[in-house]
Design a protein. Structure first.
Length: 403
């Protein structure tokens, strides 16, 4: 199940994280303007986040298989329809709504929720790390493939090709059909506030009420919001930044690919680290490192090597924040509603993502470069690091460490 979930996320997130490569050719072909295209992508990131808790709740109640299948179909259809969009409204509906709805239903909350109910509590962090590594490997794989397809066949044929690849995921959804935690030897009917997986009478409404009144959960939302801003700004506008610095589209593609490759390692280390160290400290150092990297990048000469080194540094923590974030939620509330509660943190993440993509487009249109966005991004990363320190997280039980 872990490997299948990882493979699904590899394709879905690999395609999504390569969207920035389509901004320039899409703008040249349609003349819609960077701000309109950035707005469509921004709406897509928000909807991707908004559907996460809903998809997670449906999967928690009725099972993951059908939710994932519906998501794959919507994702493939939206990707296939995007080349036909010739207005801002059409682009928002195809790329910003339909594609995002599908990707959200076939993404982290449903996949991590399904697998989280199938593995022992002490292995959930590592399992999340493996799944997350699939997402990063997808970016490593699909960024150069997408750029190659754009260069050789045009951006429209590239979109259609990615749609066909997405459809190939449908047979995998049948392997993730378990309805609830009681279907698995390591699962349970409900979680509870102590972070254990013992039975309780808690329903979804009371679980949500408890979570939303928990300061640690809210601090986790705040830090994940800034993470979403950071990642979406970069994945959408890093190709444009590289172009402004006089580098080729191939440098942009390989930079995105290096981010993905680095995060494969980062995600696995983060997943392993959740079983040896408290997750809030892992998150603190990840966000703090982003601040340092951005400031170092601003001071460095804008050569291809600089972008490759910057990408490698960013990639080490890119989506490696997911395993410790999911691990903290599991510790606080158990596994019964993990899909729903983690989905809500992803909504917070993608609210930040909406602003990162949209404000980046406005910055380049109004100011001519991304300098102000870089400094704002660094400040938010520093705040995210600080937000994690007050989180109340149980200490690691030495007997639960991965041997």
């Amino acid at each position: 199940m872990v490997l299948i979930a990882s493979a699904m996320l590899m394709v879905v997130m690999g395609v999504r994280q390569s969207q920035g490569l389509f901004v320039s050719p899409l703008n040249t072909s349609t003349g819609l303007g960077i701000v309109s295209i950035s707005l469509a992508i921004a709406i897509g990131h928000f909807i991707w986040g908004a559907v996460q808790p809903i998809a997670g709740a449906i999967a928690d109640r009725y099972g993951s298989g059908r939710v994932l299948a519906a998501g794959v179909l919507a994702f493939a259809l939206g990707t296939a329809l995007t080349p036909f969009a010739r207005t801002s409204t059409g682009l928002i509906l195809s790329l910003g709504v339909l594609t995002a709805l599908g990707a959200g239903a076939a993404s982290f909350s449903v996949l991590i929720g399904a697998v989280g109910r199938s593995v022992p509590p002490d292995k959930r962090g590592f399992a999340s790390g493996v799944i997350n590594a699939g997402s990063s490997f997808g970016q490593f794989l699909f960024a150069p493939i997408s750029q190659f397809l754009i260069s050789t066949t045009g951006w429209m044929a590239a979109m259609w090709s990615l749609s066909v690849v997405a459809l190939a995921l449908l047979p995998l959804t049948r392997f993730l059909r378990a309805r609830n935690a009681s279907d698995h030897p390591h699962g349970v009917a409900d979680g509870n506030a102590s972070g254990t997986d013992g039975p309780s009478a808690q329903n979804l409404r009371s679980a949500l009420r408890e979570a939303l009144s928990n300061p640690s959960y809210l601090l986790l939302h705040a830090s994940f919001f800034t993470c979403g801003f950071h990642i979406t700004f970069l994945v959408t506008h890093l190709p444009g930044e590289i172009q402004l610095c006089g580098q080729s589209p191939q440098v942009a593609a390989w930079s995105l690919s290096i981010i993905g490759a680095s995060n494969v390692v980062g995600s696995l280390i983060a997943g392993w680290g959740t079983q040896k160290y408290r997750s809030k400290y892992l998150l603190f150092w990840m966000y703090a490192s982003r601040t340092a990297l951005i400031l170092a990048y601003l001071a460095a000469p804008k050569t291809a090597l600089t972008f490759f080194v910057f990408a490698a540094g960013l990639g080490s923590t890119w989506l490696a924040t997911v395993p410790p974030t999911a691990a903290i939620i599991g510790k606080l509330f158990g596994s019964r509603y993990l899909g729903t509660l983690f989905g809500l943190t992803l909504l917070s993440h993608q609210t930040g993502g909406f602003l990162g993509a949209w404000l980046g487009g406005i910055a380049i249109a109004k100011l001519g470069d991304y300098t102000l966005m870089w400094y704002f991004d660094a400040a938010l990363a520093a705040l995210a690091a600080v937000f994690n320190l007050p989180i109340h997280e149980a200490r690691i039980n030495p007997r639960m460490k991965l041997v």
